[in-house]
Write a protein that binds this ligand. Structure first.
Ligand code: PBG
Length: 337
């Protein structure tokens, strides 16, 4: 058919807009959907009886144990399959080696035990890293001269930490430290201790990112200006191929799930990792991504809900099977309605 448009004869056969005409047409042809079962809710807990809001993360608090349990109940009711627990440790309990990480009565193990007792079905992911416990905020132990974060002694500590988390009942341990060889060593340590069923979600491609700022406020793990940079173990944001090498190493060493972090600024990495491996892929929409959306919405510059939903859909479209996001409960509530 020939159409008359402004006196110009048009003969356009391909009209992609035909299938965008109504919401039902758009629903019919939609390629990506976000589901509640894609969501993992990261939560902060401290050994204090009241909640302390994290200023740079609206709606997020360092929670008391009771409040953490209430959040877990909410997660369960909303159908969120998993929570990821991060402890915030009082400054006086931190030291250079992060030894408080191994204290069985610390808030992390107490929290994991309580959650599994009350909500046995809810999956608990425990972070394996020393940064909540070290006075310098690094994910590992420093060398004698203080010039670097020592790989192998850190890996030994991480193995102990992972076994203790498994013993407390964690379903999944998640090394977020980026030391070399830690996945294989943690797997061996878990198996040797009889925890064959405890899964490893490896922060496989974790970038040295400015987007972790608000999280470090929350956990109190800011790195001093003159200190060693986390860039000596986390990945260079300029590198993409290296992400594949990192992921393949972790798969080889026994990771059950691999992760790319941050998520939104690294959609290309999520896609290429998705195409490179067949095991499940997680992406972590980090604190700075969350803070950015809140800040712009507060200024009236972005529509909060639309931006939030689009940010998550984009991560899913890029290839993530699951997303750690501070938006988890509100998005799950929206998906339910
Ligand atoms: C450290 C850790 C970090 C995050 C999770 N685990 C920060 C860092 O590497 O300094 C960041 C998460 C976020 O920004 O939401 N083990």
């Amino acid at each position: 058919m020939r159409l008359q448009g402004d006196g110009v004869d048009l003969s356009i056969l391909q009209r992609p807009r035909r299938i965008r005409r109504s919401e039902n047409l758009r629903r019919l042809v939609r390629e990506t959907r976000l589901h509640t079962e894609d969501l993992i809710w990261p939560l902060f807990v401290h050994a204090i009886d009241t909640d302390h809001p994290v200023e740079s993360m609206p709606g997020v608090s360092r929670r008391s144990l009771d409040s953490l349990l209430a959040a877990c109940e909410e997660a369960q009711q909303l159908g969120i399959p998993a929570v990821a627990i991060f402890p915030c440790i009082e400054g006086s309990l931190k030291n250079t080696k992060g030894t408080y990480a191994h204290k069985d009565s610390n808030i992390l193990y107490r929290a994991v035990r309580e959650i599994k007792k009350r909500f046995p079905e809810l999956l608990v992911i425990a972070d394996v890293a020393l940064d909540p416990y070290t006075s310098h905020g690094h994910d590992g132990i420093l060398s004698e001269d203080g010039d670097s974060v020592e790989n192998d002694t850190t890996v030994e500590a991480l193995c102990r930490l992972a076994v203790q988390e498994a013993a407390a009942g964690a379903d999944i341990v998640a090394p977020s430290d980026m030391m070399d060889g830690r996945v294989g060593e943690i797997r061996r340590a878990l198996d040797a201790a009889g925890f064959h069923e405890t899964a490893i979600m490896s922060y496989a491609a974790k970038y040295s990112s400015a987007y972790y700022g608000p999280f470090r406020d929350a956990v109190g793990s800011q790195i001093g200006k003159d200190a060693i940079s986390k860039a000596t173990y986390q990945m260079d944001p300029a590198n993409a191929l290296e992400a594949i090498s990192e992921v393949l190493l972790d798969v080889e060493q026994g990771a059950d799930i691999v992760m790319v972090k941050p998520a939104g600024p690294y959609l290309d990495i999520i896609r290429s990792v998705r195409d490179a491996v067949t095991i499940p892929l997680a992406a972590y929409q980090v604190s700075g991504e969350y803070a950015q959306i809140h800040a712009a919405a507060k200024l009236g510059w972005l529509d909060y809900e639309r931006t939030r939903d689009e940010s998550l859909l984009a991560i899913k479209r890029a290839g993530a099977d699951m997303i750690l996001t501070y938006f988890a409960p509100e998005v799950a509530a929206r998906l339910r309605n």
